[in-house]
Design a protein around this ligand. Sequence first.
Ligand code: NDP
Length: 394
Amino acid sequence: MATALIIGAGGVGRVVAHKCVMNNHIFDRIILASRSIGRCEEIQSELPAGSLEITTVDADNTEEVIALINKYNPAILINVALPYQDLAIMDACIATKTPYLDTANYEHPDEAKFEYKLQWERDAAFKEAGIMGLLGSGFDPGATNVFCAYAQKHYFDEIHTIDILDCNAGDHGYPFATNFNPEINLREVSAKGRYWEDGKWIETAPMEIMQVWDYPEVGPKDSYLLYHEEMESLVKHIKGLKRIRFFMTFGQSYLTHMKCLENVGMLGIEPVEHQGMKIVPIEFLKTLLPDPASLGPRTKGKTNIGIVAEGLKDGKKRKIYIYQVKDHEECYAEVKSQGVSYTTGVPAVIGAKLMVQGIWNGQGVFNMEQLDPDPFMDEMNTQGLPWNVIEMEC
Ligand code: NDP
């Protein structure tokens, strides 16, 4: 039995709180802490009385997080606040010797750039504190890294290429909205594309490379090459890899809206002067757009996220597609959230469960593909994210 301290009461935090309560044979005490209490109260009201405790914290402030940890003494801290808070929370975990898990890599609020460097640099401090830090335990990063490790363990002697394929075919009925935090989402999508080949990163213009991929249970969709954070760790950990790319689906209307907002400067991250006030355009845009949490009851359709790996097994070429399909309405019925938050929050809870059970253990900072994929894949099947593997023609 373990105490779980969740930080961040957004779309993903809601799913994590619900799923931890569903796993209360593992997590006997669950605390949800966030910047403002309102969201925490909303989530608490959806759950059985007494199953979730709530409080506030400013997770940009390491000392506040240390005080929070000391108050509850959790067996695990699940960080589902924003990527900006990762380092402050990791430092609080080091100071208190508390196991740590997150779903997104650190991003500096003023730099629109995300990378593992500063988190990996804390490996020695995690080792010294004798604790485990699990990085990127969402879907992508997260389940996709585990799919790669699973392919490597069971299907290949060598993997040569990986394409990660992320399709959200959900329809929320709004002309334009983002499925998770708009600032994080739009910064990711409007950035230059990048993939890795023959030991080098190759940069592309935003949305320069497109392929149509036929997603099982969804159908063919335009899929655009983006940079995505899990590639940074996978190129280190998958043996023999020659190329890795990441593709995400976007409809034409989404892209036209985004281009227009970008052209008028609404995606800017530098403050601009407006009637004597400083405003950051993308933060103001966030205020105007629908709250991702409000999309839950209106979203219909499915997500399909997976990986296609090609390589060699016993000297023969092989191509494998591992994917997971989730229905948005099914997610809402279960945890009052749409599929994007669901597919992120459930892997966070699975990672936390494996850590507190000691099934995934270690000292230092880990990416998902460094751990045995089998128990995670088994948990996905029972926690609401069943997956498929198909053998494809090479
Ligand atoms: P939201 O914006 O919906 O929620 C973020 C929450 O964090 C909000 O409740 C917010 O509080 C809280 N928060 C923000 N700043 C602080 C702070 N300084 N101290 C305490 N709490 C704070 O985001 P999501 O739930 O959509 O995303 C959560 C995380 O999951 C993000 O890091 C995101 O990048 C990641 N993610 C990962 C994916 C994956 O597959 N790996 C996919 C999707 C998301 P308030 O309510 O006051 O604003």
